[in-house]
Design a protein around this ligand. Structure first.
Ligand code: G3P
Length: 218
């Protein structure tokens, strides 16, 4: 499973990229707004695209198809690895159909049902982003959506990659991998939690204590 980082914070992206585990980045208007520090959307996206070789999703903010297409065509010139994030609405699906025809990479976002994912697959989105955590927040089974998406895409041979998003805890990343998600996009703090394990720390301490005790005897 590929791992994308779900943030627009360049310091976090750089730190995690040094580990060699970052296959791409997803941003959204909230992440861009949180980390803009007076810089433009374009500057932030270009900086991320220079740091990470893989796909970098940048979201349109228009709600009509014409506006989405105008933004998408502009964003796609900012760097070779930009991916256009579109909301999964009727207007967004119309924009997707046109962008698929133009060979522009897309990420259908805010997906909360298997039917939305089915439509994104039919229209040949590059990625589809089911929001697991927001479904759990509302009392639904977020992981079932990933299972449904993988089964539907397998049934029809859709090439769209399932980019599981909106994770709340590390266990959900394991479950998404088991359910067959192609990619997980994960917030930096959750990536840290994927790495860290108290048993690893305790085991390492005990090994190093043994080593120090042996050195003392010499
Ligand atoms: O990138 C979209 C998604 O991951 C947002 O997550 O935590 O706002 O539901 P969250």
């Amino acid at each position: 499973m590929k791992l994308f980082i779900d943030t627009a914070n360049i310091a976090d992206i750089r730190r995690l990229n040094e580990l060699g585990i970052v296959d791409g980045v997803t941003t959204n208007p909230s992440w861009i707004s949180r980390d803009s520090k007076g810089r433009s959307f374009k500057e932030i996206v270009q900086e991320i695209c220079r740091e990470v070789k893989g796909p970098v999703s940048a979201e349109v903010t228009s709600t009509d198809t014409a506006g989405m297409l105008k933004e998408a065509r502009d964003i796609s010139t900012w760097a070779k690895n930009t991916v256009i994030k579109l909301p999964t609405t009727a207007e967004g699906l119309k924009a997707l159909k046109t962008l698929s025809g133009e060979g522009i990479k897309t990420n259908m976002t805010l997906v909360f049902s298997a039917n939305q994912a089915l439509l994104a697959g039919k229209l040949e989105a590059t990625f589809v982003s089911p929001f697991i955590g927001r479904l759990y927040d509302a009392g639904y089974d977020g992981m079932q959506l990933i299972k449904d998406c993988t089964a539907i895409y397998r049934n029809y041979g859709f090439k769209t990659k399932i980019l599981a998003a909106s994770f709340r805890e590390p266990r959900e990343i394991t479950e998404a991998a088991l359910a067959g998600a192609d990619i997980a996009t994960v917030k930096p703090e959750l990536v840290e939690q994927m790495i860290k394990n108290p048993f690893t720390d305790a085991g390492l301490k005990s090994f190093l204590d043994s080593w120090a005790a042996m050195k003392k005897q010499k």
